[in-house]
Write a protein that binds this ligand. Structure first.
Ligand code: FES
Ligand SMILES: [Fe+2]
Length: 423
């Protein structure tokens, strides 16, 4: 459990909060590249870490991320004209470039000194892996751009999607790091003993802190001779990486891939989940059908979105369309869709879970370690120090995996090759 005060420090993300200052030291996913498909296309509303912003792609293709309101009289720039390398406010015509400089002020005399003085708040962006990343922290502390393995994968071999979640980022991240819930929440094969996760529902865990966060492994004894091992990572401040090399019944998948998520805080009570996936390597012979199946699976974020939004059709207002008959017969939850199952639990807790009321067990060790890292690094930022994992090189070579291994084999030796980046 956490004290009420620690819970506040970990869950508040806005400007001026300790948690917000910590999160601002890392590049954050701001939107998908596909949300800005054309040069000079319509700007897109982005709310990130409690700030209302606008993303726009200018004439040259560069992406600006700026204050949603004009510095003249605070008109909404969303209705602005995106033209000739700048966004022009439609109230009085002031125009700003992607750096936030005012490049035209037609409502003032030609010799005005105001134009040089007025700035629109603008944050640096980089586009990698189909995602626009933004840095909202102090300029002198800006890290090198993100360099995760999947960002280096060929566009034909990677996938990224996004889902809106009505909860604080921390309880969503906790759901991603939780080591034991997949044997329960995601069990669609009640009573099926060929299911690896059904055979051992109290996995043994190993964890180790690193310079990007930590890695953790869960080992399930599936029969006297064999273990099912999953090797995963937590990446500061809100990412995870997991492997999808093995089918639920234990066969190595043709379309082996590495998956992960980032839980980018919109504000204290809302989150965008970025789901990404990349193929094992460039030589993995993925047939179009393999990749389609892979996309359908790792596009968990896209199952059943309301058209033109990133919101799930199945949501708290309709109880995620829980089917109580199905729940009796076959599925642990009676809720369809892996992603939707996670949302039902995480959103159903309420927007910010009260962690002073919880009772943690041994299966919560990954969550406890993550909270400790966040708490310690929030304090480090307050003291003026750099938090763990801001250097993108710390996490550039890591990857996750899973495998069935003979019980007498040390997993760290057997999986050594699978644990390092191929891209
Ligand atoms: S409010 Fe934007 S130009 Fe006046
Ligand atoms: Fe889950």
């Amino acid at each position: 459990m956490l004290s009420v005060e620690d819970n506040e420090r970990l869950t508040r993300v806005g400007p001026g909060t300790p948690g917000g200052a910590f999160l601002r030291r890392y590049w954050q996913p701001a939107c998908l590249s596909q949300e800005l498909p054309e040069h000079d296309g319509p700007p897109v509303r982005v709310r990130l870490l409690g700030e209302d912003l606008l993303a726009f792609r200018n004439t040259a293709g560069a992406v600006g991320l700026v204050d949603a309101y004009c510095p003249h009289r605070r008109a909404p720039l969303f209705f602005g004209r995106n033209e000739e390398c700048g966004l022009r406010c439609v109230y009085h015509g002031w125009k700003f470039d992607t750096k936030g400089d005012c490049v035209d002020m037609p409502s003032e005399p030609a010799d005005t000194r105001l134009q040089a003085k007025v700035k629109l708040k603008a944050y640096p962006t980089v586009e990698r892996g189909g995602v626009v990343w933004a840095y909202l922290g102090p300029p002198e502390k800006q890290p090198a751009p993100p360099n995760y393995e999947w960002l280096r994968a060929a566009p034909t071999h990677r996938y990224v999607s996004k889902t809106f979640q009505h909860s604080n980022y921390l309880q969503a991240l906790e759901g991603g790091l939780d080591m034991s819930h997949s044997s329960f929440l995601h069990n669609e094969r009640l009573g099926d003993t060929t299911e690896t996760r059904n055979r051992d529902r109290t996995p043994r865990a190993e964890l180790e802190a690193t310079d990007y966060g930590y890695w953790y492994a869960t080992v399930r004894r599936i029969d006297p001779e064999r273990n099912y091992v999953r090797f995963n990572h937590f990446i500061m401040p809100h990412g995870n990486v997991f492997g999808a090399f093995t089918s639920p019944t234990g066969e190595r998948l043709n379309a082996a891939r590495v998956d992960g998520k980032f839980w980018a805080p919109i504000d204290d009570e809302h989150t965008h989940v970025y789901n990404w996936s990349c193929a094992y390597d460039a030589h993995t012979a993925l047939t179009p059908e393999d990749w389609e199946a892979c996309e359908a699976f790792c596009g968990r974020g896209t199952d059943d979105l309301v058209d033109g939004t990133f919101r799930l059709k199945k949501n708290l207002a309709n109880d995620y369309l829980i089917d109580r008959q199905r729940q009796k017969a076959r599925s642990f939850t009676g809720i369809e869709g892996l992603n939707t199952q996670d949302f039902a639990l995480q959103e159903g807790m309420g927007p910010i879970v009260d962690r002073s009321q919880e009772h943690l067990g041994t299966s919560d060790r990954a969550i406890v370690l993550m909270r400790r890292l966040l708490r310690d690094n929030i304090a480090a930022v307050e003291r003026g120090e750099d938090p763990v994992g801001v250097d993108p090189e710390a996490s550039a070579r890591i990857r996750a995996c899973d495998a069935i291994l003979p019980a007498n084999v040390a997993w760290r030796v057997a999986l050594a090759d699978e644990m390092s980046a191929k891209w």
